[in-house]
Design a protein around this ligand. Structure first.
Ligand code: AHR
Length: 491
């Protein structure tokens, strides 16, 4: 197959916000307990954080981590996770029918984030709670005043404020599964008042209002309009969530799912601009795609988990090679929409639908770790528009899926990185790649495998790993492969 890929430095999409490569840790399954935190483990540090996990998180270069949920946050009392650990309550977590011991809360997580070189995107509970507790949490985390909640933080051993900049106004409040689910109008009012008092407490924070839980929600569209009309002046971003999967084992359609992500983003951006026009506003609301990933492998096994377990193996999808290709196409889509998507969180980071898995004997990396790491490391800078002329294919579910999909980034060191996925199951692609004058390929990293269902595991951690292929000679995008093409000027 032939394809033409043209990248011009004049065709700029946007400066990429590094938070495009964010992730997410929820109090869910083994995300926190047995994931990032395991006192007594041979790699545990002085606070009980697993150092082997910290090293891998740093390797991914995750700039921001959403916390503490997810569905969990809608029943969470943040004070339970602060102060003397011996006094912390064991509680029922109704979101995941689990027991929450509160050994880890914001007191510990802000320290973990420092050790992981990342920032926190903090979610407040707008399910069982409201604006009052949200503003108190902002005071606890960010203020240096001589007032009750700032003093409470000091008494708990933290003289300096945590300085958390980015906040989510609840989680998926449009979903009937959410603890204290709200209608669009109910959420819009609650979020608006929470936003006001949170920003009055700390005017430097940025706020993300809940958009739809996924593109097929019956309320999608009207939910966004209602929330934006009510909250426009008080928020900075609206969220998008979507998980993808291949439960019907239809690989060609599955490989094309990024087309849906692209449409979802464009539609939400259009709605934001529609409300901007309606309000005659100068302000643009941008997008926070703060939950995205593949999630379907673990659905059946999760039905077997007994209720009220502590740190059960929940949502532990084992990702295969085709999942990694799909994650690659989703990353390409996020980069190509970086003019509107400023924040995105791979959901999640450790054990729970995650790139990093822990076992007693050590960690192992899922297939999806690699495209995410490549994008996070080499996808920083300015997104350039990469024009692709390539054949496309149709499936019963999707039409016009290009076999080759790409994103191009002008990196801050002056190089250019082209990410490319060849979706064809049968044909290699010989692309004719045109770059600005003087750029030469110096590194070509490929993730490919003969078996689309090949996965890694604790026993076989290197079954699917990337490799470098020679950068000289003709560039080939092998059939079903993820490619990172790195160019620099000269020589
Ligand atoms: O990431 C897992 C769950 O997916 C989150 O708790 C929720 O927000 C979403 O439905």
């Amino acid at each position: 197959m032939k394809a033409k890929i043209s990248v011009s430095e004049n065709n700029i999409i946007s400066q990429i916000d590094p938070r495009l490569y964010g992730s997410f840790i929820e109090h869910l399954g083994r995300g926190v307990y047995g994931g990032i935190y395991q006192p007594g483990h041979r790699t545990a540090d002085d606070m009980g954080f697993r150092k082997d996990v910290l090293e891998l998180v740093k390797k991914l270069g995750v700039p921001v981590v959403r916390y503490p949920g997810g569905n969990f946050v809608s029943g969470y009392n943040w004070e339970d996770g602060t102060g003397d650990k011996a006094l912390r309550p064991r509680k029922l977590d109704l979101a995941w029918a689990a027991v929450e011991t509160n050994e880890v809360g914001i007191d510990e997580f802000q320290e973990w984030a420092k050790r992981a070189d990342t920032d926190i995107m903090m979610a407040v509970n707008l399910g069982t709670r409201g604006p009052d507790e949200a503003r108190q949490l902002v005071e606890y985390c960010n203020l240096d005043t001589d007032t009750f909640y700032a003093q409470k933080r000091r008494k708990n051993g933290f003289e300096k404020p945590f300085g958390i900049k980015l906040w989510c106004l609840g989680n998926e409040m449009d979903g009937p599964w959410q603890i204290c689910h709200l209608t669009a109008q109910e959420y819009a009012r609650k979020a608006c008042e929470a936003a006001k008092v949170m920003k009055w407490t700390d005017p430097d924070i940025e706020l993300v209002a809940c958009g739809s839980s996924h593109k097929n929600m019956p309320t999608f569209g009207e939910w966004e309009r209602t929330v934006l009309r009510e909250c426009y002046d008080h928020i900075d971003y609206i969220s998008l969530h979507n998980y993808y999967g291949n439960p019907e084992n239809d690989t060609p359609s599955y490989l094309g799912q990024a087309v849906n992500m692209n449409e979802f983003i464009k539609t939400v951006a259009d709605i934001c601009d529609e409300i901007k026009a309606e309000k005659h506003s100068d302000k643009t609301i941008n997008l926070s795609f703060d939950e995205w990933n593949i999630w379907f492998h673990s659905n059946e096994q999760d039905k077997q988990i007994p209720r009220w377990s502590y740190a059960p193996r929940l949502l532990e999808d084992i990702y295969d090679f085709e999942d990694a290709l799909v994650v690659g196409t989703l990353l390409i889509t996020l980069i190509n929409n970086s003019d509107r998507v400023k924040i995105a969180c791979l959901a999640q980071l450790v054990n729970v639908i995650a790139p990093i898995m822990t076992e007693e004997e050590g960690c192992w990396l899922q297939t999806i770790f690699y495209p995410f790491m490549h994008a996070s490391l080499y996808g920083r800078g300015t997104a350039l528009s990469a024009e692709v002329e390539a054949p496309s294919y149709d499936t019963d579910k999707l039409k016009n899926i290009p076999f080759v999909t790409t994103a191009a980034v002008k990196n801050d060191d002056g190089g250019i990185t082209v990410f490319a996925v060849n979706r064809s199951l049968d044909e290699d692609c010989e692309p004719d790649i045109s770059l600005p004058e003087g750029y030469k390929l110096y590194q070509h990293i490929v993730l490919d495998h003969d078996d689309m269902k090949a996965a890694n595991s604790s026993a076989e951690p290197e079954n699917v790993v990337p490799a470098e292929v020679p950068a000289e000679g003709k560039t080939l995008l092998k059939k079903h492969s993820w490619n990172v093409l790195r160019y620099r000027k000269g020589e």
